[in-house]
Design a protein around this ligand. Structure first.
Ligand code: HEM
Ligand SMILES: *[C@@H]1O[C@H](CO)[C@@H](O)[C@H](O)[C@H]1NC(C)=O
Ligand SMILES: *[C@@H]1O[C@H](CO)[C@@H](O)[C@H](O)[C@H]1NC(C)=O
Ligand SMILES: *[C@@H]1O[C@H](CO)[C@@H](O)[C@H](O)[C@H]1NC(C)=O
Ligand SMILES: *[C@@H]1O[C@H](CO)[C@@H](O)[C@H](O)[C@H]1NC(C)=O
Ligand SMILES: *[C@@H]1O[C@H](CO)[C@@H](O)[C@H](O)[C@H]1NC(C)=O
Ligand SMILES: *[C@@H]1O[C@H](CO)[C@@H](O)[C@H](O)[C@H]1NC(C)=O
Ligand SMILES: *[C@@H]1O[C@H](CO)[C@@H](O)[C@H](O)[C@H]1NC(C)=O
Ligand SMILES: *[C@@H]1O[C@H](CO)[C@@H](O)[C@H](O)[C@H]1NC(C)=O
Length: 544
């Protein structure tokens, strides 16, 4: 007993002092939304804008486009930033501001309503707004235009300043507003024409700009495009304006009512100089848009610390879990997601098809609770499913499901990827210590049950030898809040009670009230052992 405690103790210290790259919950979650966009394990975000002309919140005959709405929503959230005061920017305050005339139109609630089911303890609505810009621009361009994404934005709890420029706003006020948000005159011109390569101005919402004649049976919202390709992020809007052809820059340039020609006023404010500079080449236009849109989505309240840039993981552990079954057996299972680049099977796969993919097998090795290795601590991950991503290429999912010796346990695992092209093996160690995994206090999401009154019964297993005093969890539940369609994360603490024994583990259980969003409700489990020993199983979904 003493020996085991000593071992547990050293693990706890080790676990807290070693810097690892995984898990990083914000980055892991956003990476999933960004990369897993089709096929197996699809996160479901890109579907809304596939094809890019799609309108996800209503009839296709309305003349509306979700991809364009997402970019406009981000602009409206950003536009009231005050960089000197360090307030506003991308903070989802737009959700509280939808009834302001300056935010009129369906786009704000359409978009936030679509994003709401994705929000959880580590995915803020503000990060969803930023991600949606990255996804719109990346999906609606070929070759795909990549805006770097960072995470970590924090949602506002109330509306912010007024001041989003409107079609009626005079040029002086408009430029001052952009300047307050950190954007110079040429930045403002550039950002606006970059945004206005997607979508339309609609009679419904902007009758002072677009006449009723735009309304037709298959365009009932009366949308008039900014350029010939409203569903492609490209330079067309700029060329059409400068060459005065096609849509000539769109309704905010050409409308009969001079008062609402806001784009024309902006573009002429430096005698077209900025736009002529951007027209040098398509790549100049694109690279400027990437830079300006990056600055836009990274404009946040000064207290926000953004993460590193989120790049697709070449190899990523997915849904790794431990389960303690009724016989006290410990099951270790999960998926290893591998991007096509990591296993170079393309040229072979083409000729041999299914057979080759099925032969690609990767090994998972682990170290015991005390950090020991053994040839027995190993299993294979078998090719299971294929995912698709239009922006980042194909992903391959490899599944493993094995038993562990509960006396030995597990503290970390490593992934050995075999490259079928040359049979070479790459070992992924997540820094040096491997991918950490908690086996002293284990939440059991597969055993969550829902009672007829909606309440939830939660189960956890804690190694009996760890001699824990108490087990608690912080529940993070996305919940409705007044004034915005965006959820707030309601946190509550629940105490677990002892509930029998399973092999070397003691079971603990707790009951909580029903939650509005089962999929995105998560918990952080904490078990207090002797002295200052603490075991944590963090950011687990409460049910599978
Ligand atoms: C002076 C600045 C701006 C003004 C006055 C302005 C005004 C407008 C108006 C009136 C619409 C029509 C909305 C509708 O009918 O649904 C619109 C659409 C749009 N705006 Fe702007 N805008 C400005 C700058 C920007 C910027 C900086 C961006 C993004 C970087 C942007 C992105 C968009 C997009 C993507 C649409 C199409 C929305 C859709 O099709 O639903 N705008 N803008
Ligand atoms: C992935 O995309 C390819 C090409 O578009 C398609 O043929 C294939 O069926 C897709 N696979 C999945 C799993 O969706
Ligand atoms: C809408 O109808 C018009 C006239 O019938 C047609 O020319 C146009 O292509 C249609 N547009 C769409 C998006 O279906
Ligand atoms: C700016 O461009 C517009 C549209 O092509 C054109 O009508 C206008 O004359 C130009 N103005 C200047 C000062 O170049
Ligand atoms: C032009 O638009 C302004 C602002 O929306 C409006 O007050 C004015 O009545 C409009 N003028 C005409 C002739 O429609
Ligand atoms: C792993 O295998 C066991 C035994 O066959 C099964 O009960 C369990 O559901 C599997 N786990 C997963 C995640 O598929
Ligand atoms: C759990 O036990 C730890 C250590 O004994 C103690 O510090 C903590 O206050 C306890 N928490 C609860 C909720 O009882
Ligand atoms: C958007 O949704 C919020 C929250 O449900 C609501 O209070 C607001 O009135 C809605 N705005 C519009 C323009 O419908
Ligand atoms: C991973 O877990 C989530 C949440 O329980 C689930 O929705 C998703 O389908 C799982 N993915 C895989 C590949 O098992």
């Amino acid at each position: 007993m003493l020996r085991l405690l000593h071992i547990l103790g050293s693990f706890a210290v080790l676990g807290s002092s070693v810097a690892t790259t995984w898990p990083n919950h914000i980055m892991d979650e956003l990476e999933h939304l960004l990369v897993d966009t089709d096929g197996f394990n699809d996160a479901g975000l890109q579907k809304a804008i596939t094809p890019c002309s799609n309108y996800v919140s209503g009839s296709q005959l309305l003349g509306r486009e979700t991809a364009a709405q997402w970019v406009r929503v981000a602009f409206h959230d950003f536009a009231t930033a005050d960089v000197e005061a360090g307030t506003g920017g991308i903070d989802a305050s737009i959700g509280f501001e939808t009834l302001r005339p300056e935010n009129s139109g369906a786009a704000m609630n359409d978009s936030l309503g679509f994003f709401a089911p994705f929000v959880n303890a580590h995915v803020s609505m503000a990060d969803m707004i930023a991600l949606s810009v990255v996804m719109s621009v990346g999906s609606c361009s070929a070759p795909s235009i990549h805006i770097p994404l960072r995470g970590g934005r924090v949602d506002a709890t109330e509306g912010g300043l007024f001041g989003v420029p409107e079609p009626e706003t005079d040029i002086h006020t408009t430029l001052n507003q952009f300047s307050q948000a950190g954007f110079s005159q040429s930045d403002a011109i550039g950002l606006t024409i970059c945004g206005h390569t997607l979508g339309s101005v609609h009679h419904a919402g902007f009758p002072q700009v677009v006449p009723e004649s735009a309304v037709t049976p298959n365009n009932t919202g009366g949308g008039i495009h900014f350029d010939a390709t409203p569903d492609v992020f490209d330079v067309d809007v700029l060329n059409e304006y400068l060459e005065w052809k096609g849509q000539r820059g769109g309704p905010l340039v050409t409308t009969e009512n001079i008062t609402v020609r806001s784009d024309l006023r902006l573009y002429l404010s430096d005698n077209n100089a900025t736009l002529q500079g951007l027209a040098e080449s398509s790549s100049k236009f694109i690279s400027t848009c990437v830079s300006l849109l990056t600055r836009m989505i990274n404009t946040t309240p000064e207290s926000v610390r953004l993460t590193e840039i989120i790049t697709p993981n070449e190899v990523k552990p997915v849904n790794i879990s431990l389960a303690v079954d009724s016989a006290g057996q410990v099951r270790f299972s999960g998926y290893i997601r591998i991007k096509s680049g990591a296993v170079i099977i393309r040229s072979w796969a083409l000729s041999l098809g299914f057979i080759l993919i099925a032969c690609v097998s990767h090994r998972i090795t682990w170290t015991s609770r005390s950090g020991a290795s053994s040839p027995a601590f190993s299993t294979h991950a078998i090719a299971a499913q294929t995912g698709n991503s239009s922006m980042f290429g194909t992903t391959f999912y490899h599944f493993f499901n094995t038993t562990l010796d509960p006396a030995q346990g597990i503290s970390a695992f490593k992934i050995m990827v075999m490259r079928s092209q040359d049979q070479s093996v790459q070992t992924l160690e997540n820094g040096r210590e491997g991918y950490p995994i908690e086996d002293v206090a284990v939440f059991l999401p597969h055993e969550t049950t829902i009672a007829s009154d909606g309440s939830l019964s939660l189960q956890a297993a804690v190694l009996t030898a760890a001699d824990v005093q108490n087990v608690t969890a912080v529940i993070s539940a996305p919940s409705p809040q007044l004034g915005t369609i965006s959820p707030v994360i309601a946190k509550s603490v629940v105490n677990f009670e002892r509930n029998g024994v399973r092999g070397l583990y003691t079971l603990f259980t707790a009951t909580i009230p029903g939650v509005p969003n089962l999929r995105q409700t998560t918990l952080d489990l904490t078990a207090h052992g002797r002295g200052s020993l603490v075991y944590r199983d963090e950011f687990r979904r409460i049910a599978f």
